[in-house]
Design a protein around this ligand. Structure first.
Ligand SMILES: [Zn+2]
Length: 158
């Protein structure tokens, strides 16, 4: 039986932080604020996977008050989500995500992001969809105050 999940995340863009999206460090004047590496794409995908298996969100497993996760690469969270699925004898069918960022241009980085997500989840790049869009200058994303990501996941559970 295929179960689907949805994930959504936002982080504020601030000066003095690295911009890491899908495990790729992207050259930009600002980066995302957060306790971990603030990889908004990986967080949204993680929540989609956890949602598909009826679990609570990523923040529950990796609280931002825990010093262990300070600056942690978000790949760790994805690996944990994949492990939980494996424990249930489940199989990731696919994940698909959209990044919403006015700046910088993300298209050139998408193949590397896909490769990173596929590696963290032990799936093929074909099972990982990543798109990027601007917010047409509207709202917090359009004003470059933050970057948002939404994701869905399908998981085959016995
Ligand atoms: Zn997050």
């Amino acid at each position: 039986m295929v179960h689907v999940g949805i994930g959504y995340d936002v982080h504020a863009l601030v000066v003095g932080r690295k911009l890491i999206l899908g495990g790729v460090e992207i050259s930009h004047s600002k980066g995302l604020e957060g306790h971990s590496d603030a990889d908004v794409l990986m967080h949204a995908v993680c929540d989609a996977l956890l949602g598909a298996i009826g679990e609570v969100d990523i923040g529950h497993f990796f609280p931002n008050t825990d010093p262990r996760w300070k600056g942690a690469p978000s790949r760790v969270f994805l690996e944990e989500a994949a492990r939980k699925i494996q424990q249930l004898q489940g199989r990731i069918v696919n994940v698909d995500a959209t990044l919403i960022a006015q700046q910088p241009k993300l298209f050139p980085h998408i193949p590397a992001m896909k490769a990173n997500l596929a590696a963290a989840l032990a799936v093929t790049a074909r099972q990982v969809g990543i798109k990027a869009t601007t917010n047409e200058g509207l709202g917090f994303a359009g004003r470059e105050e933050g970057i948002a990501a939404m994701a869905v996941a399908a998981v085959d559970l016995p």
